[in-house]
Design a protein around this ligand. Sequence first.
Ligand SMILES: Cc1cc2nc3c(=O)[nH]c(=O)nc-3n(C[C@H](O)[C@H](O)[C@H](O)COP(=O)(O)OP(=O)(O)OC[C@H]3O[C@@H](n4cnc5c(N)ncnc54)[C@H](O)[C@@H]3O)c2cc1C
Length: 357
Amino acid sequence: MATSETSLIIVGGGITGLCLAVAAQAKGLKVQVIARDNTGETASGIAAGMIAPALEGLLEFEPEVAYARLHRAQQAWVDLMEVWPADVRAALEKTRGEAHSRYVWYQSDNLSDITTPRLKAMGVPFAALTDEQLKGIAGDMDGVEVAGDWLLSGQAVLESLKAHVLGHGGELVTAPVAAVSATTVTLATGEVLAAGHVAVAAGFGARALASSVPSLGVLEPVKGHLLDLPGQGGQGVVRWAGGYLADHVAMAKFGATMQFGQDDLAIEPEVVADLKARATGMMPSVDLSGATPKTGVRASTPDSWPLIGRDATGVYVAVGMRRNGYVFAPYAARLLLALIAGEAPDADAALYDPNRF
Ligand SMILES: Cc1cc2nc3c(=O)[nH]c(=O)nc-3n(C[C@H](O)[C@H](O)[C@H](O)COP(=O)(O)OP(=O)(O)OC[C@H]3O[C@@H](n4cnc5c(N)ncnc54)[C@H](O)[C@@H]3O)c2cc1C
């Protein structure tokens, strides 16, 4: 392994680590990605693949602030367009050209009185759903179509990014990491790898590295269950306060729970039963045959926003993406690469300073 300033070891092979690896290669860095799990077992591997500033912002405490941040982060996918593999570029172009997010609510909840002023304040274009668009959704629900949210197949993107890393001289290593410093990574076996720079993009797994990177000590787990389903006709995203269907044509996902403080991957039968009930509550005709429950652990922070930047030890970190790893990964890559290059980061960088707590 080269140890010159032009090499980077990334701990973590989820969406954050892989976006960073591909973007780093485009900047001429030699990368090595170290991950202890198969991609399919990571939070990134099971995620629904929504890149959804509007519907995520809508559900936050301060919707306008949250939407603006998420929307700016989302734009990094486009700003870095030339670095992505061709099939990821094509998927991005396709999803950007489609309006496919619907937000629905029970008429009895009168949520249009809350939702529409919020969307207006956020500056998100939306339109009331037509009868045609409400087909398949519970008869006593109403809703809006929302512009600007995207949907990607996470698994396909991850596989493509991995192939790109390997095809451009990068290394993917399967191994647990025990400790890191600004220029070294110590594997659980005791082997020490050296590089010009080290970045931790290890999701909630990063919490275990807090003894060598103190800023990671604030991470908290949020377990999530979702259901992998057969495709439901390519409906895109249908979301309500109780869950979402993310329908990718070939397959679909219904999710997701937010189980704060839990970091295990056990499938909980009562949670699965509740998810199924919620799915049929929103879409009575949803096909739950062959529904396969999956779990993942998100990493969260005290203010619910990621840690992206340089820890006091000199280690770069990109963690704490909570529900929005697919929104933030390219943004995090761009920010870390600017810091590594000694360039001025963008105006949002201070919001994500890992040393802010
Ligand atoms: C049910 C569910 C649905 C979701 N849906 C969405 C969605 O639609 N849109 C969205 O934006 N986000 C979604 N999320 C959130 C999203 O999955 C996460 O924000 C994102 O996956 C975080 O990616 P990551 O690469 O930072 O971490 P992870 O995907 O958790 O990857 C961590 C990586 O680090 C490695 N690692 C950890 N510790 C070590 C160690 N000690 N040594 C070596 N390797 C290590 C792991 O093996 C893995 O490769 C969802 C999450 C869940 C649980």
